[in-house]
Design a protein around this ligand. Structure first.
Ligand code: NAP
Length: 297
């Protein structure tokens, strides 16, 4: 019987995740169908409960449910516990296990961004949502000693810092208010800058004025496109990377968790590229606004 794997989010329309996961099932002969479930928060618990039957291999979870879904599963992996966010659900019999493969995806992206340089110890992060949680945990695990988080709603950044208080007890993890002058002075002290907000996803705007960017910086944007921030950073001489590698590797890890098989990475990457060329720029399928700009190098 054909099994089901679902992407639960709100909204979910066309999806990059769907393009790469279905192609991977087909390539490896996994008899499974990838479905998009657009579920508002009120329907989330029922949707998760449905996953307990034999029909399902698992699910991916995306905006805005990654944190909300945590109490709805029976067991959390180390990454899911540490981040307080779940982006993949698998079954152990009727029990549901919550994973966070964004962390594994971020690890690969960070390695690529840093390249052969010595791993830096300081980072500035913009954003405090589910994606930012994977970033913060990845950086703590990597040995970063100072991480400053800026978010439009300061209380959300403060909540995230509080969540990590034990994991980060040996280092400095701080939330700061979103004021350009404070951001500028923190960026001047740091090497790694990560955009984990969705600013730049649906319109060609940057979270920062270009003047604060320098050639010293390593800049990662979690968005899967050559955003205004990445173009400005590139123009300033900085090293840049967009969110495609993270998306690919979180998807590959999710594929392996659901099927027990190694993911066909090259195929998944080419399907992502194809879907992006067709105009998709988000894993979830939010409205794309202006046409997508080609991927960063
Ligand atoms: P989320 O939980 O909904 O968080 C969204 C973040 O963006 C929050 O920090 C929010 O700030 C901020 N934000 C949104 N609109 C803003 C605006 N107009 N001005 C200032 N801040 C704004 O979403 P998420 O899951 O963390 O995802 C965030 C981004 O990362 C998305 O673009 C997503 O596609 C991307 N992402 C990529 C990957 C990957 O694999 N490459 C993985 C995860 C996420 P407030 O808290 O103040 O609202």
């Amino acid at each position: 019987m054909t099994k089901r794997v679902v992407l639960i989010g709100h909204p979910v329309a066309h999806s990059l995740s769907g393009a790469m996961q279905q192609a991977a099932f087909d390539e490896l002969g996994v008899d499974a169908r990838y479905e998009l479930w657009d579920k508002p928060p009120i329907d989330l618990a029922d949707a998760v409960a449905e996953l307990r039957t034999d029909d399902f291999l698992g699910a991916n979870v995306t905006i805005p449910h990654k944190e909300r879904v945590v109490p709805m599963v029976d067991r959390l992996t180390e990454e899911a516990t540490a981040t307080g966010a779940v982006n993949t659900i698998t079954r152990e019999g009727k029990r549901l296990v919550g994973h966070n493969t964004d962390v594994a995806g971020f690890d690969v992206a960070l390695d690529k961004l840093v390249g052969r340089q010595k791993m830096p110890k300081q980072a500035v992060i913009l954003g405090a949502g589910g994606g930012a949680r994977a970033v913060v945990y990845g950086l703590i695990r990597e040995g970063f000693q100072r991480i400053i988080v800026f978010n439009r709603h300061l209380h959300r950044a403060e909540g995230m810092v509080k969540h990590f208080s034990r994991t980060a007890s040996h280092m400095e993890l701080r939330a700061m208010p979103w004021h350009e002058s404070i951001i500028e002075s923190e960026i001047a002290k740091t090497k790694v800058l990560i955009n984990a907000t969705s600013i730049g996803l649906t319109s060609d705007i940057s979270p920062l004025p270009s003047e604060v960017l320098s050639n010293e910086l390593l800049v990662l944007d979690l968005i899967y496109a050559k955003t205004r921030l990445l173009r400005d950073a590139h123009a300033a001489g900085a090293t840049t990377l967009d969110g495609e590698l993270m998306l690919l590797h979180q998807g590959a890890a999710a594929f392996t968790l659901c099927t027990g098989q190694p993911a066909p990475l090259e195929l998944m990457q080419s399907k992502l590229a194809e879907a992006r060329a067709g105009g998709l720029r988000s894993a979830e399928g939010e409205p794309t606004g202006e046409p997508a700009v080609a991927a960063a190098e």
